[in-house]
Design a binder for this molecule. Structure first.
Ligand code: NDP
Ligand code: MG
Length: 396
């Protein structure tokens, strides 16, 4: 039995992971489930999965969960806080950690899982964007395996020669005959929306993704295309690529999940229905394959695969992400922090959609990134960027 901790069990990725595991109960043992504040959902999951540990980050939520579990499942130990998350990421009986917390809150437990040498199934791209250098060093030093859940990176992973990527990203792309990585992007709900009407779009419009059902933060990121920008940075770290070696192409059908182009002109692509259970099952079973409950792709029904250039005018966040990655150091930490503040303000009705890139650009122009020497550097710049971005939001 493979022991697994699911960080962010109550979110979209968490639910999809439990769905895949429910089809293979003979292979996986759920050791720990975590959430932030959704007591009712984690309680239901505890009743179904009977994990050894349940973590609610908020203390009052942990107390509520403990009270509810007391009479029905007193054997489940309830922990709280970031400490609780770190504890369950490192447990000796845990082989794999699904990192599916949204945003910077996922950094410390995900890093802890890498430092403990686990197989890390990485959905939480923000962790890698914030601290790619430290993360990859921890993975390599501790012999962890970092397997991408993000559908694009999982697709690239499937199209790379096995010698290139064994879960620890090693050699240069060129030494494996690879010219570039091509990330596909749906373009989100506003790909063809009148550009001068974008400032009035609502959070619900931004969260109505045409192809994927996701949490609200990543849905807004998809609408601004910051999600693709974060994915470019994620790809650079995961696959040891420079930003110039990672291109983005719009593909509205979301059937090709990404591609790898080789020097002989071959382009390998991974296709499938847009369903996160495919990359989740691939990473859980790797290097084997197992069923995911995903319906087969019907190419005749799909009929058309279309491609367009990504428009940096419409999607300035994509440009900002490339610039931050080129600047290096904590610039991507600052980009990520400012984006999280701006997206939260937009979802809260305090900021216009079109002001999101403006807040990020102004934060980046007032706070210069530094070389990353240790985790403290990252946490300091993350905190500074959040303060500054909050001030900039207040001026809007
Ligand atoms: P959701 O918003 O659906 O779920 C987020 C999860 O994280 C929930 O379990 C939530 O708990 C928990 N959480 C939220 N805030 C905190 C916090 N401060 N501390 C600890 N836990 C917290 O997000 P998604 O599942 O959509 O996305 C999760 C991650 O996966 C993101 O990084 C996203 O970019 C990435 N991803 C998602 C994809 C998708 O298809 N959804 C695709 C590719 C990547 P609670 O329910 O209690 O709030
Ligand atoms: Mg993705």
């Amino acid at each position: 039995m493979t022991g697994i901790t699911i960080l962010g069990a109550t979110g979209t990725i968490g639910l999809n992971t439990l769905d895949v595991i429910s089809q293979h109960r003979d292979r996986f043992q759920v050791v720990a489930l975590t959430a932030h504040e959704n007591v009712e959902r984690l309680y239901q999951q505890c009743l179904t999965w009977r994990p050894r540990y349940a973590v609610m980050v908020k203390t009052d939520a942990a107390e509520q969960l403990q009270a509810k579990l007391k009479s029905v499942a007193p054997e489940i130990e309830v922990l709280s806080g970031t400490e609780g998350l770190i504890t369950v990421a490192k447990l000796p009986e845990v082989d794999m950690v699904m990192a599916a917390i949204v945003g910077a809150a996922g950094l410390l437990p995900t890093l802890a899982a890498a430092e403990a040498g686990k197989r890390v199934l990485l959905a939480n791209k923000e962790a890698l964007v914030m601290s790619g250098a430290l993360f990859m060093a921890a993975v390599q030093q501790q012999g962890a395996e970092l397997l991408p859940i993000d559908s694009e990176h999982n697709a690239v992973f499937q199209c790379l020669p096995p010698a290139k990527f064994d879960g620890q990203a090693v050699s240069e792309l060129a030494s494996q005959g690879i010219r570039r990585i091509l990330l596909t992007a749906s373009g989100g709900p506003f790909r063809t929306y009148p550009i001068d009407a974008l400032h009035d779009v609502t959070p619900d419009q931004a969260c109505a993704h045409p192809n994927w059902k996701m949490g609200r933060k990543i849905s807004v990121d998809s609408a601004t295309m910051m999600n693709k920008g974060l994915e470019v940075i994620e790809a650079c770290w995961l696959f040891n690529a420079s930003p110039q070696q990672v291109d983005v192409v719009l593909h509205p059908q979301s059937v090709i999940h990404s591609m790898v182009e080789y020097v002989d002109g071959s382009v390998l692509a991974q296709l499938g229905n847009p369903d996160m259970r495919t990359p989740i099952a691939y990473a859980l079973a790797w290097p084997e394959r197992m069923s995911a409950g995903v319906s087969p792709l019907d190419l005749v029904q799909t009929a058309k695969l279309e491609f367009e250039a990504a428009d940096w005018q419409r999607f300035p966040c994509l440009r900002l992400a490339y610039e931050a990655m080129a600047a290096g150091g904590t610039s991507t930490t600052i980009l990520n922090a400012a984006n999280e503040i701006a997206v939260a303000a937009f979802l809260d009705g305090q900021l216009k959609f079109t002001a999101i890139p403006d807040v990020i650009e102004r934060t980046l122009s007032q706070l210069t990134g530094r070389p990353v020497v240790q985790l403290e550097t990252i946490l300091e710049d993350d905190a500074k960027a959040r303060l500054l971005a909050t001030e900039i939001v207040a001026q809007h």
